[in-house]
Design a binder for this molecule. Structure first.
Ligand code: TXA
Ligand code: MG
Length: 362
């Protein structure tokens, strides 16, 4: 499997993908965050196929992905014109954030134009939009000349795919799914989502690689935490990633506090247990010789937040397939740059275990 986007898909494959989208089919494609499962954003029945393939409830809204002009000078892009078919009431603040971060791993929620399909918005008055910064995604979007809706290309509640092979694994039974291969995703966790639809405060709905302080530093705009501003709306999952159980492996997964691996293991006294323990590369090897009764294997991960995020889902998937009884991850440190991975890991823990899909559907 190719390791980076030098494995650029041929133009022929992208042309075929464009045709598939035009014909109302689904195409999985790489973005810098995770792989998406795409459909024509103006074709309701194509969008319904995504929900069916993922097993995702139909009231969960999806993100519209837009192209940026070829050979653009970012400063010259007329974002207002690009957004006008989708968005109403585009604010000056929104444009500032867009100018600073698009194309990139940032999704923005706006008031929707009335032409936007209910299948996209889950019937809400808002629409989520992102311009991904991945050459294959961009070439696909430019050639398609339209919006492409794309949730992460995984079954509902499961770990998002960060390689073409992961997508293949998720949709093994959909033999005819077309997958564009762009190698491994660089960011590795889904885009940051900021809600700008109130026209007043910017609210963080999902943490990701782009953090509120980065947004503040580049634009002077303060991004509030969800809940700091809006009341939680319990009946309506606006962000499916906000369900407690999400991104979940089928092997039980737990976090351990710094230096507390042995405590975590002692909760699993079964001497036959096989446990995978993930350890920071900055830390010396564990003292697991003290625990000879359990079959423990260490796995080293980067203590740099961006590198860790890039490999998080890869690591979860690989460990999940190795038949451990338990997977232990170190608790991510405090600090905003860890918010995205902490969020994903906590949800993955909550939903993990053999019955994870039933948790998710509850
Ligand atoms: O990085 C990403 O964002 C990836 C790549 C493929 O672009 N996509 C992705 O899509 O993560 P998905 O569907 O797995 O997650 C999108 C999240 C969902 O949790 C959804 O609820 C939320 O965006 N969302 C979509 N439209 C929304 C809206 N109008 N208001 C609030 N949340 C919305
Ligand atoms: Mg997802």
């Amino acid at each position: 499997m190719p390791n980076n986007s030098s494995a650029l898909q041929t133009s022929a494959a992208i042309n075929e993908a464009v045709q598939t989208l035009r014909d109302g089919g689904l195409v999985a494609f790489p973005t810098e965050t995770v792989y998406g499962l795409g459909a024509d954003a103006r074709n309701a029945s194509a969008i319904q196929k995504i929900f069916k393939a993922k097993g995702r409830p139909s009231n969960h809204p999806v993100i519209v992905h837009l192209a940026v002009p070829d050979k653009y000078d970012v400063a010259q892009i007329d974002w207002a014109a690009l957004l006008s078919p989708w968005v109403r009431d585009l604010s000056e603040e929104a444009l500032q954030i867009i100018n600073a971060f698009w194309p990139g791993p940032l999704t923005l929620v706006f008031k929707r134009d009335k032409s936007v399909l209910n299948e996209i918005t889950g019937g809400q008055d808002t629409v989520a939009i992102r311009a991904p910064n991945h050459p294959i995604a961009q070439e696909l979007l430019r050639k398609f000349k339209g919006g492409v809706v794309a949730p992460s290309a995984n079954r509902f509640g499961k770990v998002s795919p960060t390689s073409a092979a992961d997508v293949r694994d998720e949709f093994e039974n959909e033999l005819d799914l077309m997958i564009l291969d762009g190698g491994d995703c660089e960011v590795g966790i889904e885009s940051t989502i900021i809600d700008l639809s109130s026209g007043e405060r910017a609210v963080l709905l999902r943490p990701g690689a782009i953090t509120p302080s980065e947004i503040f530093a580049k634009t002077g705009i303060k991004v509030y935490q969800a809940g700091e501003d809006v009341k939680a709306d319990n009946d309506f999952p606006r962000v499916s990633g906000s369900l407690k159980a999400h991104y979940a492996p089928t092997t039980p997964l737990r976090l351990y506090a710094p230096g507390r691996v042995l405590d975590a293991l002692s909760e699993y006294p079964d001497t036959k247990s096989r446990v995978a323990v993930v350890v920071w590369d900055s830390e010396s090897s564990l003292v697991l010789e003290d625990h000879p009764s359990i079959d423990v294997q260490e796995m080293i991960v980067s203590s740099d937040s961006a590198d860790f995020a890039a490999k998080l889902y890869r690591t979860l998937r690989d460990l999940d397939q190795q038949g451990w009884d338990l997977i232990l991850f170190p608790e991510p440190p405090n600090g905003e740059e860890w918010d995205g991975v902490r969020d994903r890991l906590q949800r993955a823990c909550f939903g993990s275990g053999p019955s994870s899909s039933s948790h998710v559907n509850n």
